[in-house]
Design a binder for this molecule. Structure first.
Ligand code: UN1
Length: 527
């Protein structure tokens, strides 16, 4: 949890929390424990932290175990104890449990979505999508239980057989973010399990309830004790202990580029496998022949969905000068109709941002954008913190900067909030150059009716994901997800490609000639 959210939590704890004007008794706040070796247990120190609703911080979503290094070590031990039995359970049997998990998630979808809106802020339609993504991932990836394909290949010597099989990597530590608090944990958890690994998961401190719901569902599905373990708490000490633990073979991390670098260094120290999914500065290119209304809808959805807090968010829009004026006018008009408020209210388009730190960071970028005279603030720009709907939450107006120069900070750095930068361009070639001219390479999109332009951009954009006539967000679970450059470290989640994270290849040679055959040395002739 951020320092600011912690401070707020303390204040909230001192005052009796209220919701809807009614006083809540402290007893009404539910307490949640760690899940270690199939038991729900308090942290070693017996401490808790509070999970607050970002739309109304007077609402305490729950008290969660504040894990220490000792808790993490216990969880790792539990995962270690379960590892051998789980590895040896045939993959189709492991998958049966996961299919059962998918059914349970489906059954509780509505409740899980509403819990998620309460702890994370995004609107109910989007949290429903988040839970659905976990369901899709579960059913799709569980199918791997009857595939997990390896291959056979000819050997260079006679009477010799060669094949390659996947083996689980072992014990996996999963460190997950708050913006997709059930979908992203599922991207890691489900493939780890179907491949035969046991796990310890450490969810973001801002949104532990959604991971609790996922792990509770694993318990209900009958996944054996010790196979899935959860510790809640902060990066330091919980995430740090997990990352540095000698028995953890792999760390899969999604979060900021700065933290990812720390995780990668810690893994490098002990030769652990490390898969990273980090920042983005994604772009929509709007060509002169684009369907402008469609491009506007895609921009609004991509830039302000999840309040811009997606690593795939459309935080830059590069627009051809021939349609630039019209695009900007329409975009600003549309953005001004967006309603900012509590995500639980069906009238809301844009929910709060996650916490007070996020408010400071995003407002800081808005200031930076305004200070530089190369760009103009065309919509939004303010924090909303007055009136009953906004006074107790972390709300920021959807914000559009126009006439932005590509090298400006607001066009280069990840803001992770409801802010987008519109940049004019003279041609597709220039648009692609601008689009590629950032340190990240996650997602990009082009709006055009011209197939040649679409293919040119598809070919020339150096990103992990590309869309034609669709926004930069909305990846589906059966295609690989990830990015180039500072976005990642070469791995892909989702699709079948995720199996390359959670398994290691074993090349097997069977020599049935009954004699010593030396590869690369002995000659093999026709006679
Ligand atoms: C993220 O941006 O942090 O592609 C994950 C999407 C979602 C996942 C986003 N399916 O927008």
């Amino acid at each position: 949890m951020s320092q600011a959210k912690k401070a707020l939590a303390k204040t909230a704890a001192k005052q009796t929390p209220t919701r809807g004007g009614k006083r809540l008794r402290a007893a009404a706040v539910k307490t949640y424990f760690n899940y270690i070796g199939g038991e729900w247990v308090a942290s070693a120190g017996g401490d808790f932290f509070e999970n607050l609703n970002p739309a109304d911080t007077r609402d305490v979503v729950g008290r969660f175990a504040l894990s220490t290094a000792e808790d993490v070590t216990r969880a790792v031990d539990a995962a270690k104890n379960a590892a051998e039995k789980w590895r040896l359970l045939p993959a189709p049997r492991r998958a049966e449990l996961l299919f059962r998990l998918g059914e349970i998630l489906l059954r509780y979808k509505e409740r899980f979505a509403s819990d998620m809106t309460r702890e994370m802020g995004k609107v109910l339609k989007e949290t429903g999508g988040d839970v659905q993504e976990a369901i899709d991932c579960t059913f799709y990836t569980a199918g791997e239980g009857r595939r997990l394909h390896g291959f056979t290949t000819p050997a260079e010597m006679p009477d010799k057989f060669a094949m390659c099989v996947r083996q689980p990597v072992g014990l996996c530590g999963l460190i997950t973010p708050w913006n997709f608090p059930m979908a992203i944990p599922s991207w890691k958890l489900i493939p780890a399990l179907v491949c035969g690994n046991t796990v310890v998961i450490k969810p973001a401190e801002d949104t532990p309830l959604s991971t609790y719901n996922l792990v509770k569902a694993c318990e209900e599905a009958g996944i054996p004790a010790g196979v899935v373990n959860m510790v809640t708490g902060y990066g330091d000490p919980a995430g740090k202990t997990l990352t540095g633990h000698k028995d953890v073979r792999l760390i899969s991390f999604t979060g900021s580029t700065a933290t990812g670098r720390i995780v990668a260094s810690a893994c490098a120290e002990r030769n652990a496998i490390c898969s990273l999914e980090m920042g983005g500065k994604n772009v929509i290119m709007v060509m002169e022949d684009a369907d402008l209304d469609l491009a506007i809808e895609g921009t609004v959805w991509g830039a302000f969905g999840t309040s811009g807090q997606r690593c795939t968010a459309s935080s830059r829009v590069v627009v051809h000068k021939k349609v630039y004026k019209k695009f900007v006018a329409k975009l600003v008009e549309r953005v001004q109709t967006l309603r900012v408020g509590n995500g639980a209210d069906p009238q809301t388009d844009v929910g709060p941002v996650i916490n007070a730190d996020a408010v400071s960071k995003i407002m800081g970028y808005i200031e930076v954008g305004q200070r530089e005279d190369r760009a103009r603030l065309a919509a939004g720009g303010n924090r909303l913190d007055t009136g009953a709907a906004h006074a107790n939450g972390f709300f920021i107006e959807p914000t559009v900067f126009v006439d932005v120069a590509p090298e400006m900070r607001i066009a280069q750095e990840e803001i992770f909030g409801p802010v987008t930068a519109v940049i004019p361009t003279n041609s597709l070639e220039e648009a692609v150059e601008i689009a590629n001219g950032v340190r990240y390479g996650l997602s990009a999109a082009i709006y055009t009716q011209d197939v040649n332009r679409a293919f040119r951009a598809m070919n020339d954009m150096y990103t992990g994901i590309f869309y034609v006539n669709s926004s930069t967000i909305g990846a589906e679970v059966h295609l690989p997800f990830g990015g180039t450059k500072a976005t990642g470290n070469g791995h892909r989640e989702a699709g079948t490609q995720v199996l390359d994270i959670f398994t290691e290849w074993k090349s097997i040679y069977v020599d049935y000639s009954g004699k010593l055959q030396r590869a690369q040395i002995d000659e093999v002739n026709f006679e």
